[in-house]
Design a binder for this molecule. Structure first.
Ligand code: NAP
Ligand code: MG
Length: 402
């Protein structure tokens, strides 16, 4: 069989620990036998980040801007223990944070659905994609403990020294106070990323805030989304037969529980933090969750939603057998290949990505899976495979299908 040709390279960001092992297995077993793979390779493994003073992370993000599509392996975000373990020159920032800041993107996460691993919410027939705003609010707030009686005010001093004040509270007893902010520019980028992603995936977009209570703060989010929708996206949505739906956050939660799925739910920063954990655990496993960073300029970086699976890696190093689920990492590859194919106009790449995803799902539905899924599946007598054998089983399914 002739290998499928690629036109433009993918930006390949290698990573750490168990996912780095899976990365190589996936390339060797599932990609390079079928595709004449072209990538521009960046090693974001912690050792190489340390050697390059983290310049490699910045370079990989810049390359993503240049080529438009990247695929990323999970990486270690160093803490004090990692600084010691890897003898690091410094405690580098999270690569995902660095890349997100350069691409100014929004992260979309969606569960991968397979028969036999059913969400706790029975009526969720299709995936619900969470889009989380990644700037500001309580994540960039300042706080103060108020020890006793006194007045707290918000003070804005403009460039000319002119002050505007608003009373927060006249304290008569101890309490606490918090000041947070957001930026129109950041909300506009978030809105455009969400509308673009809805158009790309032909799904409805929901957005919710608490604008009835927060008449300036949350209301600005609502107004910015509406303004951008009306002026830039309304016609496109009508053409595709998809809708933009705004409601209050509590109403959104109630409707989500009763919905069928198959839509994107855009959330403010805190709401997205909370709701994405709710969706992923209701759907079974972080290892069955895809994640893509989409910039407002239309640049894409695909990855798995889980981390480097450190515990399994230490077992692997000790020579013990592991059963680590590679599905989310495979879907990072297929997501990136499909997008590359769409942008380059190479339908064979798109069909290959579809076939590989189908092969993952069919393999699991045939009862062959990793341990994390075997523990939660409703299928009788699942066969538990080790990390490599699971990937080989997917290859077998894929070869039959091609
Ligand atoms: P993790 O790697 O997501 O793993 C946590 C636990 O979840 C694992 O111990 C395992 O449970 C289970 N799990 C996760 N992915 C799995 C898979 N593919 N197959 C089977 N089980 C899976 O989170 P962590 O251990 O908290 O973090 C490890 C490292 O990852 C940290 O250094 C962190 O900085 C990094 N991290 C990176 C990213 C990213 O690059 N996007 C995201 C999150 C964390 P059992 O042990 O019970 O089997
Ligand atoms: Mg969280």
């Amino acid at each position: 069989m002739d290998k499928i040709r690629m036109m433009t390279p993918l930006v390949e960001m290698d990573g750490d620990e168990m996912t780095r092992i899976l990365w190589q297995y996936i390339k060797d077993e599932l990609i390079t036998p079928f595709v004449d793979l072209k990538t521009e390779y960046y090693d974001l493994g912690l050792m190489h980040r340390n050697e390059t003073d983290d310049q490699v992370t910045i370079d990989s993000a810049e390359a993503t801007k240049k080529y438009g599509v990247a695929v990323k392996c999970a990486t270690i975000t160093p803490n004090a223990a990692r600084v010691k373990e890897y003898n690091l020159k410094e405690m580098y920032k999270s690569p995902n944070g660095t890349i997100r800041a350069i691409l100014d993107g929004t992260v979309f996460r969606a569960p991968i659905k397979v028969k036999g691993i059913e969400p706790c919410v029975k009526n969720w027939k299709k995936p619900i994609t969470i889009a989380r705003h990644a700037y500001g609010d309580i994540y960039k707030a300042n706080e103060m403990i108020i020890p006793g009686p006194g007045k707290v005010e918000l003070v804005y001093t403009d460039e000319n020294g002119q002050e505007t004040r608003a009373l927060v509270h006249e304290f008569t007893s101890p309490g606490m106070v918090q000041g947070m902010h957001n930026l129109n520019k950041s909300i506009e980028s978030f809105a455009r990323s969400c509308f673009n992603y809805a158009v790309d995936t032909k799904q409805d977009l929901w957005f919710a805030t608490k604008d009835t209570i927060s008449k300036k703060y949350d209301h600005s989010f609502k107004d910015i989304f509406q303004e951008i929708f009306d002026t830039e996206y309304k016609e496109k949505f009508e053409e595709l037969g998809i809708t933009y739906f705004y409601t209050l956050i509590d109403d959104a939660v109630a409707r989500v529980m009763k919905a069928e799925g198959g839509f994107i739910w855009a959330c403010k920063n805190y709401d997205g933090d909370v709701m994405s954990d709710m969706i992923s655990s209701a759907c079974g496993s972080l290892a069955m969750m895809t994640s893509v960073l989409v910039s407002p300029s239309g640049v894409y970086e695909y990855e798995a939603a889980h981390g480097t699976v450190q515990r399994h890696y230490y077992k692997h190093l000790a020579g013990e057998e592991t059963s680590t689920n590679s599905v989310a990492t495979i879907f990072a590859w297929t997501g990136a290949l499909r997008k590359r194919g769409e942008l380059d106009g190479t339908p064979e790449i798109v069909s290959f990505a579809d076939a590989l995803e189908r092969a993952c799902i069919d393999t699991i539905e045939s009862g062959r899976m990793t341990k994390d899924l075997a523990l939660i599946t409703e299928l009788p007598n699942p066969t538990v495979l080790n990390s490599l054998d699971f990937i080989k089983a997917i290859r077998e399914t894929l070869e039959k299908a091609l």
